[in-house]
Write a protein that binds this ligand. Structure first.
Ligand code: MF3
Ligand code: CO
Length: 248
């Protein structure tokens, strides 16, 4: 069921998303070669708890971390590990969620570690910009197919591919609510968004093929061809004439 939030609910989601936004800025400051992905997870966990919120990923369907930390060909849901060190030249996606007074925030960024290849740099930039190409056209009454199409056409015009197997989602008292928010689509198709709907828009963009594979750990999703992937996500509220990005 797709729900319309009250202004009071959106105010709580604004708070949950500010926490997510701020912890991602903190990670951006701290992340450096030699750190383990578990150390990133601890920064995220401790900050969210300090804010009086709950890390929403921890224990979600048995997920063992507060953040997903996905390196290079890992698309999403990389499990933090004390054996995994971040290295110069990698791109690292960090995905974070918090629950504040029962309401969810969800956002992700991809960081370049030191000097990265031109392709990786472009992949990060195109992934982020594809989100903004999408929200440029989004407002009350626009269909999700138009949003997906805007994201997809920008990504493909830049020579990259949009992951098909994973998507964004409605968000509120649950981290994952209806509707599904695909990062590809056909103009004029799909649900019409309405004022005070809240959705997480999260393009996952691959340098090569859009096909992905799940690792044996049951969580980590990697590209089928081993080429790098980037992720960018914000939670937004639909308004009459656009969107409010709650996690920026
Ligand atoms: N934040 C992810 C999303 O955008 C979900 C994380 S899955 C979890 O949908 F298990 F880590 F919580
Ligand atoms: Co999400």
């Amino acid at each position: 069921m797709v729900t319309i939030k009250t202004d009071e609910e959106i105010a709580l989601m604004r708070k949950a998303n500010e926490i997510v936004r701020d912890v991602l800025s903190l990670v951006e400051e701290k992340i450096k070669p030699g750190m383990t992905t578990k150390q990133i997870d601890k920064i995220v966990h401790d900050y969210i708890v300090k804010c009086g919120a709950k890390p929403s990923f921890l224990g979600y369907e048995g997920y063992p971390g507060s953040a997903c930390v996905s390196i290079d060909d890992e698309v999403v849901h990389g499990i933090p590990s004390s054996n995994r060190r971040i290295e110069e030249g990698q791109i690292v996606s960090v995905d974070v969620g918090s629950i504040y007074k029962g309401y969810n925030g969800d956002a992700a960024r991809t960081f370049a570690i030191g000097q990265v290849s031109d392709v990786k740099r472009k992949l990060i930039d195109v992934t982020k910009q594809s989100f903004f190409e999408g929200i440029k056209i989004l407002r009350d009454g626009v269909r999700l197919g138009d949003l997906g199409h805007a994201i997809q056409s920008y990504v493909e015009a830049n020579g990259f591919s949009v992951v098909r197997a994973l998507c964004g989602h409605g968000i509120g008292t649950d981290m994952h609510e209806d509707p599904e928010v695909l990062n590809f689509g056909t103009p004029g198709h799909g649900l019409k968004v309405k004022t005070n709907m809240t959705i997480a828009i999260e393009p996952m963009v691959n340098a090569g093929t859009y096909d992905v594979v799940m690792l044996d750990d049951g969580w980590t999703v990697v590209t089928a061809d081993g080429k790098p992937s980037a992720h960018y996500e914000n939670t937004v509220a639909i308004t009459p004439d656009g969107v409010e990005i709650l996690s920026l």
